[in-house]
Ligand binder design. Structure first.
Ligand code: ADP
Ligand code: MG
Length: 495
């Protein structure tokens, strides 16, 4: 039994040993396997180690070489060191500080500029306001300038007027007829005196200007030129030709076609002056009428139906119904004047009258508007070729001739009376005594200017009439000399 038990025990032990053996065999297998795997992994590691060994060797070699080149001794510290040192750090620090300062200053500059811009904007706004004010002021300035200009224009006009007054508002010129026969009774020693030789005795007359027979149309016109200019400035001007029939009135006023007289030259001059004055717009209108036997004939009317009437409103005198034609060019003047002359001839032939028995009045109305000042001016120029001033003989004084003579006498006498009244500064000037003086009233009162041509014949045969004409002229001249401003204020004592 014991033995069995021991065998059994031994058998158990054997069994355990066998199991342990199996485990160990299995473990060995596993470890062998592991070893194989690890051996496989180890191979590249060995290669890597070898490479590293080689690198290490190379690096050691380099270090050795570097150490060999490193300077030794006391100067070794001064040698440049590859790494960042404290001075560089200091520099970087300074740089950063500088940059900070620069940044700060930039900020303050920007701030300053912003405030400067704000200030400038303010200034700009103020300037804009000032400009606006200035613009308003300049409008006022412009207005002031305009009124100054207006005043200047008025003053210029007044000065011109004064000058004319000094020269005389009524100027008297004497013209001796040209183409005269050898036997002459006239002598012109200077351009201001004319001597009439009368059977041994001599009579001298003085005028503003005396033209000898040789004087040209242009020379004669030149003297009237200055007076005509004032018509453009708004004055009433009249030019009269006075003298006996055949003394050269028509020649002086109208003149032959190729050598025109005062009429054409005046209108031509007016057109010229008007065109020259760029700031003023002028409108020139012409009318032509004849006074025959105290009745008016419109010489520019196509069909004259009704009688023309003189209307006086204040200082203005108009002829109601009288044709007025605008003139712009010299051709206009010539055509219109020719039409008037034709009408005059046709009408006078019809009723058998001579042109020397009627007064011819060519009137030019000059209306100007100054675009700068707005001032308007209304001037007129009356050009009168008067009827012959001769007295008719007693034998002729019958029928139509007597009526004509009476009418002429009435108007020329009225003209003389008007001048006399003006001369003695009379309160009443008898303008209303004839159609002629009624029409001439605006040109013989106020600040009007008149110019009288005394036409005289140098023929001995006409001596009496020549003397009469020169005497008439002398009396007018006294008017001019005695009174320079009486026309403007007839009631005032200027002596
Ligand atoms: P009025 O009109 O006074 O009756 P006119 O002008 O008809 O006189 O002149 C009479 C004549 O004398 C005309 O034949 C005219 O041509 C001539 N005549 C007048 N004045 C001159 C002059 N200055 N030069 C040349 N001829 C003139
Ligand atoms: Mg005539």
């Amino acid at each position: 039994m014991e033995k069995d038990r021991i065998i059994e025990d031994l058998e158990q032990k054997l069994q355990d040993k066998e199991k342990e053996m199996d485990d160990l065999v299995q473990k060995n297998n596993y470890l062998s396997e592991e070893y194989r795997y690890l051996s496989e992994d180890l191979q590249p590691l060995y290669g890597r180690v070898a490479e590293l060994e080689a690198d290490k060797e190379e690096a050691s070699e380099k270090i050795r070489a570097l150490l060999a080149t490193r300077p030794t001794g006391p100067d070794a510290d001064l040698a440049p060191k590859p790494s960042v040192n404290s001075s560089q750090l200091l520099q970087v620090g300074t740089l950063i500080r500088d940059l900070n300062i620069a940044n700060k200053s930039l900020r303050s500059t920007v701030k300053h500029m912003f405030s400067e811009m704000g200030h400038q904007m303010e200034q700009l706004l103020k300037a804009a306001l000032r400009m606006k004010e200035a613009q308003q002021n300049s409008t006022t300035d412009f207005e002031e300038l305009r009124s100054l200009y207006r005043r200047e224009a008025m003053e210029r006009k007044a000065l011109y007027n004064k000058l004319q007054e000094l020269c005389g508002n009524i100027r008297v010129f004497c013209r001796c007829r040209g183409d005269s026969a050898a036997d002459t009774c006239l002598d012109v020693p200077s351009d201001e005196e004319v001597i009439v030789n009368q059977k041994g005795s001599k009579k001298t007359f003085f005028f503003d200007k005396v033209y000898p027979s040789s004087a040209t149309q242009e020379e004669v016109f030149n003297e009237a030129r200055a007076i005509i200019t004032s018509c453009v400035d708004g004055y009433n001007v009249c030019i009269l030709a006075y003298g006996q029939t055949g003394s050269g009135k028509t020649y002086t006023m109208m003149g032959p076609k190729g050598n025109p007289g005062v009429n054409i030259r005046s209108i031509r001059e007016l057109l010229h002056i008007c065109k020259q004055r760029e700031t003023i717009t002028y409108v020139l209108k012409i009318s032509m009428l004849e006074i025959y036997n105290e009745s008016l004939n419109d010489l520019l009317a196509l069909n004259q139906t009704s009688q023309l009437e003189i209307q006086t409103r204040g200082k203005a005198v108009t002829v109601h119904g009288l044709t007025q034609i605008e003139v712009n060019t010299e051709d206009d003047i010539l055509n219109i004047v020719e039409l008037g002359e034709q009408n005059r001839t046709t009408a006078s032939t019809k009723i058998n009258i001579e042109s020397s028995r009627s007064h011819l009045i060519v009137t030019l109305h000059v209306d100007g508007t100054d675009s700068a000042s707005g001032v308007t001016s209304h001037g007129s120029l009356m050009l009168c070729d008067l009827a012959g001033s001769e007295r008719i003989s007693k034998t002729e004084a019958t029928g139509q001739r007597l009526v004509e003579a009476a009418a002429i006498n009435k108007s020329l006498t009225s003209l003389g009376q008007v001048f006399s009244a003006l001369k003695c500064n009379a309160l009443h000037v008898p303008f209303r005594n004839s159609k002629l003086t009624r029409l001439l009233q605006p040109s013989l009162s106020g600040d009007a200017k008149a110019c009288v041509f005394l036409n005289v014949s140098p023929d001995m045969n006409n001596l009496a009439e020549t003397l009469s004409t020169l005497q008439f002229g002398s009396s007018i001249r006294q008017v001019e000399l005695g009174r320079a401003t009486q026309h403007t204020s007839p009631g005032r004592d200027t002596q």
